[in-house]
Write a protein that binds this ligand. Structure first.
Ligand SMILES: Cc1ncc(COP(=O)(O)O)c(C=O)c1O
Length: 472
């Protein structure tokens, strides 16, 4: 008898979540091709079990360090209402970046004391909404904004909770557009101004309560060092503030930035520049980040006789990507195919362009592409892949020829029109950033629940939606 040959699972497989069954991709038990048949294409698909698993991973990291830690989901990553509800049901808190996100968070059922408000350009109206609601913290971006918050507290008759957002000049190995603690970035209060800002914030305690300090070093931060440097900086400011003013801060907010490994399947990794490969393929354990940060403070607290300040401290994080990126994907259908005899290229034209995945265009972000229709067939054939939009930049490679994305994508042999493809790890900063360019109705989104049941969480736009706000 011949021994049974078990073919290895594709490298992108995640047990219980991304698997193959009957040759097709399944998402937490739901057949991806059937989802497209039922809900149309292109289609965003999210997995509730995966979101919960990602939240649990963070919570495990918190219990490993044995200190009070609170997670505020960065809703900018994806503020679909069903996603927010899922995060809320997983019992963590919420970070917002505008009045609109604040509104959504409250509507999704987050209590005001579960909400943090970041942003560089808050309006009086937005501040009034936040102060009136009584949210946990408004992260103020400048000394001027402290004054704005005071005025809002006067207008609304409510005391506001604020946190100072700092910008200490800490670099990371992420894209420059995603680094937010450089002095050349637009965010926060410089280190040299922190004490002055604190004194200003403490001036009218009946209007403003200063609860903590915040540094977000940036998104997709592949190394532990910037997180530790940020924590050290904040801890030192906390000590100086206590020494100079007697005020004891209650929390240090480490921001977001825990990276996601976009290269779990490394089939195309060698085609990326080394620094992109390191950044996109980062594996960083949140528990290691937290314990390394706390170790720094513990040593210094002992030396400074400030253990009591550390003991009363709550550590906050604002994870976005690490909760939602690998819990979501875009399913797209090949609509057109062509050969280019002069170059020998085979082109696949899909229905998912950069209007759905803006990062693929502006950061040349790599999303691994597989066939959902033939998920168990080896991906050995190279294709040029492009979306449906009207400009040459709507391609899945680097049109500028700077090699930031692979020139070709590998899929099974003989892809035909109607084959369903999946762009993996698209859950963060994609649906949240999509737009109607070329009069393309925005796609539907579904959430796959425990047991493989898929629920519509965003209806597909119709043509009327394209006219909804035009006045004519
Ligand atoms: C202030 C702030 N907090 C949290 C985040 C979330 O970052 P990430 O999605 O990388 O966890 C961001 C996004 O860049 C941010 O600007």
């Amino acid at each position: 008898m011949q021994p049974t040959v078990v073919s290895p699972s594709p490298a992108w497989t995640i047990e219980g979540y991304l698997e193959t069954l009957g040759g097709r991709l399944t998402v937490s038990g739901a057949d991806a091709v059937e989802l497209v048949e039922k809900f149309g294409s292109p289609l965003f698909v999210f997995s509730e079990p995966r979101i919960r698993a990602n939240v649990e991973r963070l919570k495990r990291a918190a219990s490993a360090v044995g200190r009070p830690v609170r997670f505020f989901y960065a809703s900018k990553a994806n503020s679909n209402m069903a996603v927010l509800r899922t995060v809320r049901d997983a019992e963590i808190d919420c970070e917002v970046n505008s009045g609109g996100e604040l509104y959504k968070a409250l509507r999704a059922g987050f209590r005001p004391n579960q909400i943090i408000f970041n942003g560089t350009s808050k309006t009086d109206e937005e501040l009034d909404e936040a102060v009136r609601a009584g949210i946990y913290a408004i992260n103020v971006d400048s000394v001027f904004e402290i004054e704005m918050v005071e005025r809002s507290a006067r207008r609304t008759g409510k005391r506001a909770n604020i946190t100072l957002r700092l910008v200490p000049e800490i670099g990371t190995r992420s894209h420059l557009g995603l680094q937010t603690a450089l002095l050349t970035s637009k965010f926060g209060i410089s280190s040299s101004e922190v004490l002055g800002a604190t004194v200003r914030a403490l001036q009218n305690p009946e209007l403003v309560h200063l609860g903590g300090i915040h540094i977000h070093v940036g998104s997709q931060t592949p190394d532990i060092e910037p997180f530790v440097a940020a924590f050290k900086t904040m801890w030192e400011h906390l000590l100086a503030i206590h020494r100079e003013t007697g005020h004891a801060l209650e929390h240090i907010n480490m921001g977001g930035g825990i990276p996601v490994n976009y290269l779990r399947d490394r089939a195309m990794a060698d085609e990326l520049p080394e620094h992109e490969r390191d950044m996109l393929g980062a594996e960083l354990e949140p528990a290691d980040v937290l314990s390394a940060a706390i170790d720094v403070a513990r040593e210094s607290a002992r030396d400074a006789g400030a253990e009591h300040l550390l003991d009363r401290l709550t550590i906050l994080l604002e994870p976005g990507r690490s909760i939602i990126a690998d819990a979501g994907m875009v399913l797209t259908t090949v609509r057109n195919i062509k050969q280019r005899p002069e170059t020998g290229d085979v082109w696949l034209l899909t229905d998912a362009g950069y209007n759905l995945m803006l990062s693929m265009n502006n950061y040349k972000w790599y999303y691994h592409l597989i066939s959902a229709s033939r998920a168990d067939v080896p991906a050995g054939t190279e294709y040029k892949v492009a979306g449906p939009l009207c400009d040459s930049g709507d391609v899945y490679f680097d049109i500028e020829r700077e090699g930031r994305l692979p020139d070709y994508r590998k899929l099974p042999d003989d892809v035909q029109p109607c084959e369903v493809l999946a762009l993996l790890n698209c859950g963060a900063y994609s649906l949240a950033q999509m737009f109607h360019y070329n009069g393309r109705p925005l796609p539907a989104a579904v959430m796959v629940r425990e047991g493989g049941r898929a629920e519509l969480i965003r209806r597909r736009d119709n043509y009327e939606d394209l006219l909804a706000n035009d006045v004519w």
